[in-house]
Design a protein around this ligand. Structure first.
Ligand code: COA
Length: 254
């Protein structure tokens, strides 16, 4: 079974994260599959909208932690960066349906989606600091802008989770529905968009995003350099090992 299912119908390409036994955590192969699908969707005139969805119990547990532990230094053309840049620059409407935990990139990717529909069980978190890492996907720029600096500091420095209601109040989520309805709602909104004139959608999205696009891409590059450095440092290694050994990390000894 593929870890990312890709399906196209009626002008809508749907990416379904399908590694539920590992809580839809992202492997390099999954980033690659998503990056390739976004590139194809951007180029293919028959695709008007992309939907990213998970399972009713889990959106994504973020990056695969074993993969973090085993990975060498990431280069700018690494699958994760191709995926993140592809999301930020995606020219057509992008919709997410989020149920259950959305951890790390599971939350930060949402800053680049145009519409986000959440199950009432959605729980968002960006625990990069707890893992010895730093913000990515331009979340260090976009979270303070969207949430206000102090709420972003709670989420990014303390790594505190926030639930669907709080996410809707901040403007990260458009609507909250029962988990069994989130994917269907995303699909029906996608079909509404797919029936509209594509050049008008593309132009309107471009105009809404153009004021911050250069800053977003530059922030991603800077975050990527810091993230790569922190990934190799002892705090991160201790955090990853602790997760895999199902214990709390002990940073005091470092
Ligand atoms: N990377 C690798 N494996 C992961 C994972 C991740 N990010 N998240 C979960 N898994 C694995 C677990 O190790 C476990 O594997 P096992 O069955 O072989 O022991 C399996 O998925 C189920 O996870 P579990 O933690 O038992 O599920 P849960 O329902 O109790 O908790 C989460 C779900 C998402 C809250 C929890 O798994 C979690 O916090 N994951 C890590 C999130 C994280 O820090 N991501 C990195 C962000 S940068």
């Amino acid at each position: 079974m593929q870890d990312v299912l890709i399906d196209s119908a009626d002008g809508v390409m749907t990416l379904t994260l399908n590694r539920v036994e590992k809580k839809n955590s992202f492997t390099q192969a999954m980033y690659s599959a998503c990056a390739d699908a976004l590139a194809q969707a951007a180029a293919d005139a028959s695709v008007h909208v992309v939907v990213v969805q998970g399972h009713a119990t889990i959106f994504s547990a973020g990056n695969d932690i074993s993969d973090f532990l085993n990975r060498g230094a990431s280069t700018p053309d690494a699958p994760v960066f191709r995926f993140l840049r592809g999301l930020a620059a995606f020219p057509k409407p992008l919709i997410a349906a989020v149920c259950g935990p959305a951890v790390g990139v599971g939350t930060t990717m949402l800053f680049h989606c145009d519409l986000v529909y959440a199950g009432d069980n959605a729980a968002f978190s960006m625990p990069f600091v707890n893992l010895g890492l730093c913000a990515e996907a331009a979340s260090s720029l976009l979270a303070p802008r969207l949430m206000g600096y102090h709420r972003a500091a709670e989420a990014l420095l303390l790594g505190e989770p926030f639930m669907a209601e709080a996410a809707m109040e901040m403007g990260l989520v458009n609507r909250i529905v029962p988990p069994s309805e989130a994917n269907n709602l995303a699909q029906s909104q996608a079909r509404k968009l797919a029936a509209k004139p594509l050049p008008s959608l593309i132009e309107t999205k471009r105009l809404m995003k153009k004021g911050q696009m250069a800053d977003v891409l530059a922030q991603m590059d800077e975050e990527g350099e810091s993230f790569g450095r922190l990934l190799q440092a002892p705090h991160a290694k201790e955090a990853f090992t602790a997760f895999l050994e199902k214990r709390k990390p002990d940073f005091a000894k470092l």
